[in-house]
Write a protein that binds this ligand. Structure first.
Ligand SMILES: *Cc1c(COP(=O)(O)O)cnc(C)c1O
Length: 389
């Protein structure tokens, strides 16, 4: 087996662009060197612009799971009732953190090929008007679905609850409007549709969320899980609580510059186009999408059902060994049900749809599954040329 796959079309982390890789090679400056202080401040400003928000976001120096746990630890107080919305592995997992910090955890769980219905959220509020915080995952990466966060946020706002959103794999791939929805604590990762390396958590915190955190006696301070510690860290006059992940900041700033240069709207439309092409290609080949409806598919990756006559592990190993293409398998309880082709950031271009479709299709054929690779490629390409959005 070759050491490196030629194409990494997984559900993240992605293979960063050459420009991002060059940024990673910048010499390590001292954290208090004026060069780094300036860079940190302008990175947070670029992040604010990319997020389309009016206040400075916060960077936590660990992979996105740190930000997700920190959000639960900081926002949820011991007397809070939390409603967790579980439509997949990450949503279900958030409930375990939420349960640790809250008084009471309520949950709406739907089968992992479906999305959350905002009407069900409304019904829950009618039964339990004491819900203070709701948690939802925007793009459920393990099942390739996209929850209707805007509609869910509108319900939460009507009932005065704060909303935590895991937007790790949706940010950069689709339209977001954190202040407009509104959301209160949103966690983003650089390693998915922004095309950066894994290593940071990027947080939008609303004014209401800051008030709640400030009033929460259990919100961590002087801790790796503290959001408050890093609130003003981008200001030159404020010292970092500890050494930031300097190299990760170089890469983040580079990915944000690339994202803003392209324009978020153009990046979203690029992801929508390639997602549509991959869906069309898989269907054209004779496979079935995992989500119950095509309009529930995430623009960041496509999950599709595993035919009964092959295993996901065999298809993935074959695609990598013979065609140099690395794709993702199922995760958690979905391990034996599906496979996933990622189209995030630098791989959200039409040519990668063809690479993914042909590698998956021919690997399945090599393993004795009856799929029509040519029809799949042709359907993907026609979908590219006819796409309008
Ligand atoms: C990638 C991702 C995370 C980060 O989790 P890891 O398992 O550490 O990669 C969190 N939430 C979602 C929705 C993600 O896609």
């Amino acid at each position: 087996m070759s050491i490196e796959p030629l194409f990494t079309l997984t559900a993240g982390p992605v293979q960063p662009s050459a420009e991002t890789i060059r940024a990673l090679a910048t010499p390590i400056y001292d954290q208090f060197d004026p060069y780094f202080l300036d860079l940190y401040e302008s990175t947070v400003e670029n992040l604010r612009i990319a997020m389309g928000v009016s206040s400075a976001p916060v960077i936590l120096h660990g992979e996105a799971v740190l930000g997700l746990e920190a959000a639960a630890a900081s926002l949820i107080a011991r007397d809070d009732v939390v409603l967790n919305l579980a439509s997949g592995v990450y949503g279900k997992g958030y409930g375990y953190w939420a349960a640790r910090y809250s008084k009471d955890l309520l949950e709406i769980e739907v089968p992992y090929n479906q999305v959350i219905n905002p009407d069900d959220v409304e019904q829950m509020f009618k039964k339990r008007p004491d819900i203070a915080i709701v948690a939802v995952v925007h793009s459920e990466t393990p099942s390739g679905t996209l929850n209707p966060v805007k509609e869910i946020a509108a319900v939460c706002a009507r009932y005065g609850a704060l909303l935590i959103v895991d937007a790790v794999s949706s940010f950069g791939a689709t339209e977001v409007d954190f202040e407009g929805w509104p959301a209160d604590l949103v966690v983003v990762g650089p390693q998915k549709a922004l095309g950066g390396p894994p290593g940071l958590s990027l947080l939008y915190v609303s004014d209401r969320a800051w008030k709640k955190i400030d009033a929460n006696p259990d919100a961590p301070v002087a801790s790796m899980l503290s959001i408050s510690d890093w609130r003003n860290a981008h200001l030159a006059s404020v010292k970092f609580p500890f050494t930031p992940s300097i190299t990760e900041i170089y890469a983040l700033n580079s990915t944000l510059e690339q994202y803003l240069r392209e324009s978020p709207q153009a990046a979203w439309s690029r992801h929508a186009r390639v997602a549509n092409a991959v869906q069309a290609g898989l269907l054209g080949m004779g496979l079935e999408l995992w989500p119950d409806k095509r309009e529930h598919c995430s623009p960041a990756l496509t999950a599709f059902k595993l035919p009964t006559d092959c295993t996901g592990a065999a298809v993935r190993a074959h695609a990598r060994a013979h065609y140099g293409v690395m794709i993702s398998g199922g995760y958690g309880e979905l391990t034996h049900s599906l496979l996933r082709i990622g189209h995030m950031g630098p791989t959200a271009y039409p040519v990668f749809a063809v690479v993914g479709i042909s590698a998956v299709g021919q690997s399945m054929r090599d393993l004795g599954v009856n799929v029509d690779v040519g029809a799949g490629v042709s359907a993907a390409m026609s979908a590219v040329s006819t796409f309008t959005k």
